[in-house]
Write a protein that binds this ligand. Structure first.
Ligand code: FEC
Length: 308
């Protein structure tokens, strides 16, 4: 049988239990402990969504779904490894495990569609650094997949389902959102903002949407200036422009997790109520069959570039 290639699926990660929140937050902050107030605020947000986030379990199912599809189609099997940015199993450990298992070539895929040096770039850097400590392990990174047709179609289906919840779909604004990043990425000519626009524009074109715009969400609690408008500020502005019907499509995320379940479903929904808006969030992609097919085809294409 042909040697398997490694498939390293990388994702953000979330604490497995509440006692791990401080270590997780410290890791996100590059080793700096949060203040007690910052920690309490994060714990409060996890408690508001019912305790720990579903992210790890969804990530695990997504990764397995991609690997099963790749193995279903291809005559060269893949062996799946999961590497998290901020929790166990860490990316570095997954890469070390691949090398121990005798894997010589691997495709890496980040479960985030849009490339930024501050997001996907950091995952890839961690994997590269770990691979450089191993003997002859070659990594083939998938850089981005924000225009992958199955992903776009799965989003379009969700926007269409959300539009059906309004009496007059022509009188609804669709706002595409992604995680904000510090504005210094603009000086680096980072592709992140334009890739998000390309995703939203492609979905809007597929559905012939009369109105669509972009906003940012979930900005970090740091002193840096972050990309705006933030979704809450955007909603106030939209009402000022006379529009009270809004669909929010968090196209920068692929799972249910804190940034969707709290920042949109609790915080933005409360604001919508107080502003007299009707706000509908599109459902998360999670284990959508078409979406996972799309990711599997991205992996299969990348695997074609491997040497054997
Ligand atoms: O459900 C969960 O428990 C995890 C949800 C989660 C996802 C996620 C995705 C992204 N982040 C990105 C960038 C940043 C930057 C900072 C930052 C901070 C946090 C904090 C939490 C958190 N992020 Fe996150 N992010 C998630 C969770 N993120 C919790 C810390 C508290 C807070 O600010 O709310 C700022 C770091 C710093 O302080 O220096 C930057 C980006 C993504 C989307 C791409 C990806 O998934 O990798 C970009 C999910």
């Amino acid at each position: 049988m042909t040697n398997p290639f490694g498939l390293l699926v990388m994702a953000y990660g979330t604490p497995a239990e509440m006692s791990e929140v401080e270590a997780y937050y410290t890791h996100i902050r590059h080793g700096h402990k949060p203040t007690p107030e910052q920690l309490d605020d994060l714990i409060r947000r996890y408690e508001a969504i019912g305790g720990v986030s579903p992210l790890n379990e969804i990530t695990r199912q997504q990764a397995q779904g991609v690997a099963d599809r790749v193995n279903g189609w291809s005559n060269r099997p893949c062996k799946l490894y999961l590497g998290m940015k901020h929790t166990t199993p860490f990316i570095e450990d997954a890469v070390g495990q691949m090398a121990n298992d005798g894997i010589r070539e691997a495709v890496t895929l980040v479960l985030a569609p849009h490339y930024s040096v501050m997001s996907v770039g950091e995952y890839q850097k961690s994997a590269d650094e770990a691979a450089s400590r191993c003997d002859s392990l070659q990594l083939r990174h998938v850089r981005d997949w924000h225009l992958e047709p199955h992903y776009l179609n799965a989003l379009a289906r969700r926007v269409k389902a959300a539009l059906a919840q309004f009496d007059d779909p022509a009188d609804v604004m669709v706002v595409f959102t992604a995680h904000s990043l510090p504005t210094r990425i603009l000086e680096l000519k980072d592709p992140y903002p334009s890739e998000i626009e390309e995703t939203g524009d492609a979905v809007a074109a597929a559905l012939n949407l009369p109105h669509h715009e972009f906003a940012w969400q979930s900005a970090g609690r740091t002193r840096d200036p972050w990309l705006g408008p933030d979704i809450l500020e955007y909603m106030r502005d939209l009402v000022g422009r006379g529009q009270r019907n809004l669909i929010l499509c968090p196209c920068g995320f692929v799972s249910d997790h804190l940034e969707v379940l709290y920042d949109v479903d609790i915080e933005a929904m409360e604001l919508a109520k107080s502003l007299g808006m009707k706000l509908v969030r599109t459902s998360s992609l999670n284990t959508d069959d078409e979406f996972l097919e799309g990711l599997a085809s991205v992996v299969r294409r990348a695997a074609e570039d491997l040497s054997v």
